[in-house]
Design a protein around this ligand. Structure first.
Ligand code: ARG
Ligand code: ZN
Length: 460
């Protein structure tokens, strides 16, 4: 929804009379956004506004079929534009109801409408497709399954960072957020858990269609559905917020218990950071011990072996930092993981006071020194989710708090959240807020914590 203007490639012609004419080059939307970590992810020339993902899933075979409809606004005149889409078979693409030409090179899908789209115009692209989605392997996120996944009778989606294109065509970069509608049809008795507010459940006889709406801007990597033998458990959170959890039917009782602190955590983080950003929250637990969790927007996902109080706090805090305020580019990932790690420590502080906090941070510090964790501001290109962005990222915030004092520190967090919510922020944006609020020159401080190789001395 909000994006930086990229790639305005201009052709400057000097005409005979000395007049300078500036013309737009070609009208092809750029195939990438120049992300320092993932050059090819995302596309230029348009701004997505709304996605409608309408899919039927055959759970037994893992086959899907349906359409993704994308409403977007051209930010330049477009003779062609790209979407990111990996695997699956496309049977038709229509732009404003007219079939368009298309071709694909790896995940770069180039669409050429019959007539150019004028700058500023809103246009609708409908991609019709089918097949069996495959996960998207990412060498920078080794050993972690990404994208559309299926184990036994459970299907789930964990896309961070590039896996969204394994199940729907999109502008695959966090800098282009949009609202979403999910219309997912599955055979009885399967249940769909989707990001967004559940608004309808249509009984079609042998199948059911689960409809949900994401009415706030969302990065494509945070869009997710899970299909399984789930029971939906509703609770009312602070200020009437709907908390809807989806648990495997046979574990509903123990998981209800494990997730019971969620409401209180929402209150604690809202007090520290600012109001909870979305109109619903909850968790989906899949019966696969994949050893992780992911902060899908409004519906964090957990493997059965990742259900513990601090991971629950971690994923919840990402709704503020990661989901509402998303990284401008992928090498700002510490703005997600460092903040969520520090939120775990803030939960420990809420529970056990100053000792809870220091014990938590001391343990992280020891590990950080033992592992010689490198600078979180320069993530390891072979390992985007390296411990550094989590632990040294979290310690950067703790050290900042010790440097500027509690009052300024929490004002920095709230101001940063308020200023960049529903949008994107870079590391420099955060540093600018920290310097503005503290009225201190923090360049040496951030240089040491975020960019220097050596782990800084522990401050007291
Ligand atoms: N963002 C996740 C978290 O809560 C970690 C995801 C790491 N793996 C991945 N495939 N993105 O820490
Ligand atoms: Zn995280």
């Amino acid at each position: 929804m909000r994006r930086v203007a990229w790639f305005v490639s201009l052709l400057v012609l000097v005409l005979a009379g000395g007049t300078i004419v500036i013309a737009q080059d070609g009208g092809q939307g750029a195939p990438g956004l120049g992300d320092p970590f993932y050059d090819g992810l995302g596309n230029g020339g348009y701004d997505t506004l709304h996605y409608t993902i309408d899919l039927a899933i055959e759970v037994d075979t893992n086959a899907i079929s349906g359409t993704t409809t994308i409403e977007a606004q051209a930010t330049q005149t477009l003779t062609s534009f790209n979407l990111d889409f990996h695997g699956l078979e496309i049977s038709d693409i229509a732009v404003d109801d007219v079939s368009a030409d298309f071709s694909r090179d790896d995940f770069e899908l180039t669409i050429t409408p019959v007539a150019p789209i004028e700058e500023g115009v809103t246009f609708v692209t409908v991609v019709t497709y089918s097949g069996i989605p495959t996960p998207y392997p990412d060498p920078s996120v080794d050993g972690f399954p990404i994208g559309w996944l299926r184990f036994g009778g459970t299907i789930f989606v964990m896309s961070e960072p590039g896996g969204a294109m394994s199940w729907f065509p999109n502008n695959n970069h966090p800098s282009d957020k949009a609202t979403y509608t999910f219309e997912i049809t599955v055979p009885e008795p399967y249940v769909v858990a989707a990001t967004g507010l559940p608004v309808d459940e249509i009984d079609n006889g042998d199948t059911r269609t689960f409809v949900s709406e994401m009415n706030d801007p969302m990065a494509s990597y945070l869009a997710s559905i899970s299909v399984g033998d789930f029971v939906r458990m509703d609770e009312t959170g602070p200020d009437g917020l709907l908390i809807r959890n989806y648990f495997p039917t046979d574990q509903a009782e123990e998981l209800t218990d494990a997730f019971s602190p969620t409401g209180e955590m929402i209150t604690v983080f809202s007090d520290l950071f600012g109001p909870y950003p979305f109109e619903v929250y909850g968790a989906v637990v899949v019966t696969i011990p994949f050893g992780g969790a992911l902060e899908n927007q409004t519906l964090s996902i957990f493997g059965t072996d990742a259900v513990d109080e601090y991971t629950i706090a971690h994923e919840l805090s990402h709704q503020w930092f990661g989901d509402s305020v998303s990284p401008a580019t992928w090498d700002d990932i510490w703005l997600n993981e460092g903040f969520a790690t520090y939120a775990e420590a803030l939960w420990a502080e809420y529970l056990d006071g100053a000792t809870g906090l220091t014990d938590y941070m001391d343990e992280l510090y020891e590990y950080m020194v033992e592992e010689e964790l490198g600078p979180p501001g320069v993530p390891d290109s072979s390992d985007l989710f390296n411990g550094s962005v989590y632990l040294r990222g979290g310690w950067t915030l703790h050290a900042l708090r010790l440097e500027v004092g509690d009052e300024a520190f929490f004002e920095i967090l709230c101001t940063y959240y308020e200023r960049f919510q529903y949008a994107n922020a870079s590391t420099d944006d955060f540093i600018a807020v920290a310097e503005e609020i503290s009225e201190e020159d923090l360049s040496d401080f951030f240089q040491m914590w975020l960019y220097d190789e050596e782990v800084p001395e522990m401050t007291e």
